[in-house]
Design a protein around this ligand. Structure first.
Ligand SMILES: [Zn+2]
Length: 448
């Protein structure tokens, strides 16, 4: 294992594929508890009772879902290994139930060349806790001026399949048009961070009554919505799919609904924090609540929830963004925007949608695994729990009250806005190609 694949890394390769018997789990939270046998990384048998002379785990009647897929994280490597590394980020991902994550291009140096993307991909595979897919930047150095070589990155060993300048908006419409036309021939996904920078200069919080009262410079909804609208029209006229990162407003939902009705191939994600938290959090002036786009109002969270339920928004993505404590524990205006997300997202989505009775575990499987895997065209993720399918799975204990503690997280950073909050569902174990990558919140790397 762990050898260099000089013929180009095969994303379908199965490093560390192992065998495991999972006892006492309910696929999608339905029916009677059953057993699932994984052999050499593939689901070999699903039956109430299976004989197997090898490693096993007792799911204790918990819910079995396909391994979660997060199409938007920041693992900070290369460049800011003081805040997160591919190793610590992979551990956080495994603890959070994820078997694949896409790490954004705003590293130092920027992931705008094949060699950087390949280094990230190989490192993720060597660590072996989670498949870490590098996202290439749309423009060189995230400068918004010159397109990167999508083709070279797509054909590299990293097989880059998503491009984004996330953290920054590709605000120049001509550059975005060219990116759409270039991406078309390669069938890669462009992901846009929608923020017209001219409308958000110096902005630190949602433009509304609370920010005005607290004297914080406002980030208006229109800064996001105007780019969503423009890009929907660019997609319509220059014809390729595009993905909207972290939708945060009611107006964005309306625009997405319109775009989908027109048949424009636009998809979107929403973060757990935009579904759960609002700008009322600003009252504390705590920098941990600063995020981009900012926490909005109650009516926005309601619109986002409805949009996720009816498919207007395709999936959940965490936008996991670790920062050092000195970057978050400071005056609100000086705090870096971003929040941790990998180790709390499943619990939040379960609370909002399953525990409330709005949706079931099939829905969680759809928005946290199947749909993102489909958007990124992953062959081995987000698949049905069935014989012959890949052994990438997550076991969830639906009723296990727990309290979030930033210090207890595997992430190198601790900037969680959920500190001290109680949740009802917990990831019990994560299984990557038949190997337990995390059990009871403890990630464990493969023996090399
Ligand atoms: Zn972003």
């Amino acid at each position: 294992m762990n050898q260099d694949n000089t013929q180009g890394a095969n994303l379908m390769a199965t490093p560390h594929a192992e065998s495991l018997l999972i006892l006492n789990v309910r696929p999608y939270g339905e029916g009677e508890p059953t057993s699932v046998l994984i052999e050499d990384g593939v689901i070999a048998k699903i039956a109430p009772s299976i004989e197997f002379d090898g490693p096993s785990i007792d799911g204790e009647g918990g819910v079995l879902l396909p391994g979660l897929v997060d199409m938007h994280v920041h693992l900070r490597e290369p460049g800011r290994e003081d805040t997160e590394t591919i190793a610590t980020g992979s551990a956080a991902a495994a603890n959070g139930g994820f078997t694949a994550v896409f790490t954004m291009a705003n590293t130092q140096p920027v992931m705008d060349q094949p060699v950087i993307a390949e280094a990230v991909w190989h490192k993720g595979q060597d660590i072996g806790l989670c498949d870490v897919y590098p996202v290439g930047s749309i423009t060189k150095g995230l400068e918004g001026k010159e397109l990167t070589e999508f083709g070279m990155m797509a054909r590299s060993e990293a097989k880059v399949r998503m491009f984004s300048d996330d953290g920054k908006c590709v605000d120049n419409p001509l550059i975005m048009r060219r990116a759409i036309e270039y991406a078309k021939g390669l069938d890669v996904l462009l992901a846009q961070h929608c923020e017209d920078p001219r409308l958000t200069e110096g902005a630190v919080a949602h433009e509304g009554e609370i920010a005005a009262r607290l004297g914080l410079r406002g980030w208006p909804r229109v800064a996001e919505e105007s780019i969503v609208a423009r890009d929907a029209l660019l997609c319509r006229d220059y014809g390729n799919r595009m993905h909207i990162c972290h939708a945060s407003t009611e107006g964005t939902v309306e625009l997405l609904r319109w775009a989908k009705e027109q048949g424009i191939p636009m998809s979107a994600e929403v973060t757990p924090h935009h579904l759960l938290l609002t700008d009322e959090r600003l009252e504390t002036y705590d920098g941990v609540n600063r995020v981009n786009p900012p926490l909005r109002e109650h009516k926005d969270t309601l619109a986002l929830r409805e949009a996720l339920l009816d498919g207007t928004i395709d999936c959940v993505a965490t936008d996991h963004a670790p920062h050092g404590s000195e970057e978050k524990c400071c005056e609100f205006e000086h705090a870096r925007p971003g929040m941790l997300g990998l180790e709390t997202s499943l619990a939040i989505i379960a609370q909002i949608f399953v525990e409330s009775g709005l949706a079931d575990w099939r829905f969680v499987a759809k928005v946290m695994s199947e749909r993102p895997a489909e958007l990124l065209k992953l062959q081995d993720q987000g698949r049905p729990i069935a014989e012959g399918e890949p052994g990438n799975l997550t076991i969830i204990t639906p009723e296990q009250p727990w309290t979030v503690s930033g210090k207890a997280l595997a992430s190198k950073a601790s900037n969680t806005p959920y500190e001290g909050m109680n949740f009802g569902a917990k990831v019990k174990a994560t299984i990557l190609r038949g190997r337990l990558s995390s059990v009871d919140g403890k990630a464990s790397a493969p023996r090399n």
